[in-house]
Design a binder for this molecule. Structure first.
Ligand code: FMN
Length: 212
């Protein structure tokens, strides 16, 4: 099993609840399934560019114009997107580690989605039908937040966008371990909430190891 782990959090692990979830998850996964191959991408080590007009044109125009010939600048503009999408296309499972920032994923995470979730990279569109170009079967979210969120909470700007992005390319199996209530300004039980999420992360790893 090939797992791609994308990390969108600049904080050191000893301070970061979401990174601690990732540590528990991968420790359990590798303990229960030593054959798993994990590729880590730390977005703060190799930041995605914002999608430019040249990249937009190169990725979207071929679909609309069979005679399209990209310029050198357009071809160059998708170097990052192509490399990242290639890594994602090889993955069976995608793990996303991130905090909630300002209601949703950190901007650097969104910038990565904007690069890789593109026609010709992760999917094609034929006669109005989306044709996936990947082998991804599952997405696992390892998330932390200052406030307390329940599934379906209208303030949750993370899980709906992730479900939306991945259902578009045919991936509906999304699992979540969420350390919420991490703000000591508002909650005194952040540590026990984190412990529950750490246990959830380990359970998700065990389930993944047992899956065919
Ligand atoms: C820029 C910024 C924006 C934040 N916005 C939210 C928010 O909208 N909702 C929330 O619950 N927590 C918010 N927080 C709090 C973080 O989600 C919380 O501290 C979390 O534990 C950080 O994750 P980490 O421990 O993995 O770094 C925000 C924190 C920062 C730095």
């Amino acid at each position: 099993m090939n797992v791609l782990h994308v990390i969108a959090n600049p904080r050191p692990i000893e301070k970061s609840a979401s990174k601690q979830l990732a540590t528990s998850f991968f420790a359990k996964l590798l303990e229960t399934n030593p054959d798993v191959v994990v590729n880590n991408i730390d977005l703060y080590q190799e930041p995605p560019p914002y999608l430019s007009l040249d990249a937009y044109n190169r990725l979207n125009t071929p679909l609309l114009n069979p005679d399209y010939t990209p310029s050198k600048a357009e071809e160059h503009a998708i170097t990052y997107a192509k490399a990242q999408a290639e890594g994602l296309r090889q993955a069976d499972v995608l793990v996303l580690t991130m905090p909630m920032w300002t209601g949703g994923p950190p901007a650097i995470m969104k910038a990565w989605f904007d690069q890789v979730m593109q026609p010709g990279l992760m999917f094609n569109i034929e006669s109005g039908v989306v044709i996936p170009l990947h082998q991804l079967s599952k997405v696992i979210l390892l998330v932390s937040s200052g406030q307390v969120y329940k599934e379906g909470d209208e303030r949750d700007g993370i899980t709906p966008i992730i479900r939306n992005i991945f259902s578009f390319i045919g991936v509906t199996d999304i699992e979540v371990a969420w350390a919420d209530g991490q703000s000591p300004h508002f909650f005194t039980d952040g540590e026990s909430r984190k412990q529950s999420a750490l246990e959830m992360a380990e359970e998700l790893a065990e389930e993944l190891s047992e899956s065919p």
